[in-house]
Design a protein around this ligand. Structure first.
Ligand SMILES: NC(=O)c1ccc[n+]([C@@H]2O[C@H](COP(=O)([O-])OP(=O)(O)OC[C@H]3O[C@@H](n4cnc5c(N)ncnc54)[C@H](OP(=O)(O)O)[C@@H]3O)[C@@H](O)[C@H]2O)c1
Length: 322
């Protein structure tokens, strides 16, 4: 496993981090806590030392499971979690004030709840689970972040940027008050390369690249025959003719990659890690075999220029979250 510095936090994090939404259950079916525990243990054995969870994932279940496995793990692992929007609206909506989403006392109370779930005294990275640039001049979030850091309950702070809106955090970065951003960056959505990544490099902001597989489409496993439980997140994400659209896009992409011989999942992760602004990529992985496959990608290094040129042609401007 290779490690990269997470911006100005100066900690070295594994290139392959662990996305822990799926292990929260609830919105992700088809896995068990036993499998998740085994996957987490294997990831830490293979050198993963950065994990992204959230209070909202399974209403604390992901945090509790992560905390439990960490207590059995000898290695140092950095934990990032998130404060959910109080109005439970993802993403943040224009025109809705911060008082309805992140009031000061609510941010502190959620952090206390995450500390209890994880059973730790300090959270390495606390993030807002949504961000609205209209809040930039407000005092609540600044004071909460400062007070949390001062109290030692959190070491660093960041924001998980709204889906497919990388530029909505540019002004926030310029305030100098956050240490990291978390952003969708994958073969389909290459948009952070334009403005967000150059600014993060200039300001030494850690970049956590999320959803590297577009919730599964970039592993090549989503076809019109794929089925999900009705109330599962992916039944919504891949609804209507979207599975068909995905299959068509993936087959065109695979045709371009055919000479390479790597799996699509491997190319998808290597693409993300090829960008020097990225500190860590956090695939969701609930199975040992996926952990092993994904961790092995770190040693492979950046995509060769010819392959990168092919992948660059496959950006796809869509928003399946809406
Ligand atoms: N707003 C936000 O802040 C936000 C939103 C979304 C996600 N996130 C974070 O980003 C993380 C990653 O996103 P995600 O989990 O939603 O989606 P993702 O990483 O794009 O895709 C996860 C899917 O890929 C499968 N997979 C993983 N490795 C594979 C491999 N080598 N071969 C084939 N399939 C593989 C997983 O299967 P298994 O589950 O069966 O292993 C799972 O179905 C989340 O866990 C969460 O930490 C944050």
């Amino acid at each position: 496993m290779n490690y990269r510095t997470l911006g100005r936090t100066r900690i070295d994090v594994s290139e392959i981090g662990y996305g822990a939404w799926g292990v929260g259950g609830k919105q992700w079916r088809g896995g068990t806590d036993e499998e998740s525990r085994a996957a987490l243990h294997r990831a830490f054995e293979l050198g993963v030392n950065f994990i992204d969870t959230a209070l909202a994932y399974g209403d604390g279940h992901s945090e509790r499971l992560v905390g439990e496995v960490l207590r059995e793990t000898p290695q140092q692992v950095f934990v990032a979690t998130k404060v959910p929007p109080k109005n439970r609206l993802w993403p943040a909506r224009p025109g809705i004030g911060i008082d309805q989403v992140f009031p000061y006392h609510y941010i502190l109370a959620c952090t206390d709840e995450s500390l209890r779930n994880l059973r730790v005294d300090s959270i390495d990275l606390q993030q807002f689970h949504v961000w609205n640039p209209e809040w930039i001049g407000r005092d609540e979030w600044r004071r909460a972040f400062e007070d949390l850091k001062r109290s030692g309950k959190v070491r660093w702070v960041g924001v998980s940027i709204n889906d497919h809106q990388p530029d909505s955090a540019l002004e926030l970065i310029e305030t100098g008050l956050i240490d990291t951003v978390q952003v969708i960056y994958n073969i389909w959505d290459q948009s952070p390369e334009s403005r967000l990544f150059p600014l993060c490099r200039q300001r030494n902001i850690g970049v956590i690249a999320r959803v590297p597989f577009d919730e599964g489409s970039l592993t090549g496993t989503i076809t019109p025959r794929s089925t999900f439980d009705g109330d599962e997140f992916r039944a919504f994400y891949f609804r209507g003719d979207r599975k068909q659209q995905v299959e068509e896009r993936v087959s065109r992409l695979l045709a371009g990659l055919s000479a390479d011989g790597s799996s699509l999942a491997e190319v998808a992760l290597r693409f993300v890690l090829t960008h020097p602004a990225v500190s860590t990529v956090i695939p969701g992985m609930r199975r040992v075999r996926n952990v092993e496959a994904n961790c092995s990608v770190s040693a492979k290094g950046p995509l060769p220029e010819a392959l990168l040129a092919v992948v660059r042609q496959h950006a796809w401007n869509k928003n399946f979250y809406s």
